[in-house]
Design a protein around this ligand. Structure first.
Ligand code: ZN
Length: 376
């Protein structure tokens, strides 16, 4: 029996090594320019025989593809390898407070189909929003024409580690909804994970070259944050960290959707901005870009962010969602408050996200591809 269990342990160990090497080889192929088997062997330190065998497995799984061999080279021509852009794809879904979006990205992370529809969920039961999301997911999947391997759904509220949307102050009827599981059933058993929209946007920012230690703030009707520490998302003890929209900036301030008073969202959320600016919608607000209301929102953001930076010692703040379109009046006020209030660091870099309002959606879709490449 001892021999039997030792043999099993050895087989399991070999399996672990093989999986590790598979991810290593795939990582080299995913790195950029097409690369030959010999090139992969040289860069990974694996033997050419091992690399060839692992590449066969990746070809069979549809994760990589072989380009035509370069002509005119002496000896046996090397066929360069690259990620298979017709291979398994990631589906991203975003259920926002007043919209639903969906997109498909291929293995290289390129967006192959994207759609968004207005869909207000503030007074609605979850099933209506879930039906809209299911329909939109079906449309982008058909348009992309790629085999979708899984999906992630971005949500505007508190998502527990088990993927349940526990609470979304702006969606009072969405309480303890297993959004991932529900969508998985509606999408014929597709694996669907759920995450907070600001967390997924922060990961998208990180994967496109953003700072490894930062507070990413996503501004919209709600205001959320994704906290990045050491190149990884800081989730808190239960996966719920980052509710910066409900950090109090004015204890006796206006009532907030969460039941509290004077939360950041009541000063820097989209609805507060529209009220202060006297504009009917986001397009009118951003066309007018009224200085004083945007500066007031920026000041409140700066006060809340100074608290976060003093607690976490992060060197960077990234402002996303609608904030990049608010321009100088907003970011200047954030910088002024941080310069005046942060004691933990000499300076904080404050920048607008370059990803635009789709950051959470892209983060959701690329999370699927990222997992496929990390664990082939
Ligand atoms: Zn609140």
């Amino acid at each position: 029996m001892a021999g039997e269990s030792a043999r099993n342990g050895g087989a399991a160990g070999q399996q672990t090594v093989r999986r590790h090497n598979l991810a290593l080889v795939l990582g080299e192929i995913a790195g950029g320019e097409p690369v030959s088997r010999a090139g992969v062997a040289a860069r990974t330190g694996l033997t050419r025989g091992t690399v060839s065998s692992l590449v066969e497995e990746l070809l069979a799984a549809g994760l990589v593809t072989e380009l035509a061999a370069a002509r005119g080279t002496p000896g046996r021509p090397a066929s360069p390898l690259q990620l298979n852009r017709s291979g398994p794809a990631g589906l991203g879904i975003e259920i926002g407070v007043d919209h639903v979006s969906a997109c498909v990205v291929d293995l290289s992370g390129a967006v192959r189909a994207r759609r968004t529809v207005a869909s207000d969920h503030r007074d609605d039961v979850p099933s209506a929003g879930l039906a809209t999301a299911t329909a939109l997911a079906g449309e982008v999947t058909a348009e992309a024409g790629l085999p979708v391997a899984g999906a992630t759904v971005a949500l505007p509220g508190v998502v527990g580690a088990d993927g349940v949307l526990e609470r979304a102050p702006n969606l009072p009827r969405w309480v303890d909804v297993a959004v991932g599981d529900e969508l998985g059933v509606r999408l014929d058993g597709l694996p669907v994970r759920a995450g907070n929209e600001a967390d997924l946007a922060a990961l998208a920012e990180l994967r496109t070259g953003g700072p490894a230690d930062a507070v990413y703030v996503s501004g919209g009707i709600g205001v959320g944050a994704g906290i990045l520490l050491g190149g990884a998302l800081f989730r808190g003890a239960g996966g719920r960290a980052g509710e910066i929209g409900h950090v109090v900036v004015e204890p006796d301030g206006p009532a907030c959707s969460c039941g509290g008073r004077g939360c950041l969202e009541t000063a820097a959320g989209l609805e507060a901005l529209l009220r202060a600016a006297g504009t009917p919608d986001v397009d009118a607000l951003l066309a007018a870009r009224p200085g004083p209301p945007l500066a007031r929102a920026g000041r409140a953001l700066g006060v809340a962010l100074a608290g976060a930076v003093n607690l976490l010692d992060v060197p960077s703040v990234v402002l996303g969602g609608i904030y990049p379109r608010c321009g100088e009046p907003l970011i200047d006020a954030v910088r002024t408050e941080l310069a005046a209030r942060v004691v933990s660091r000499p300076a904080v870099d404050v920048r607008f996200s370059a990803l635009g309002p789709d950051a959470a959606l892209l983060g959701a879709a690329t999370a699927v591809v990222h997992d496929l490449l990390a664990r082939p």
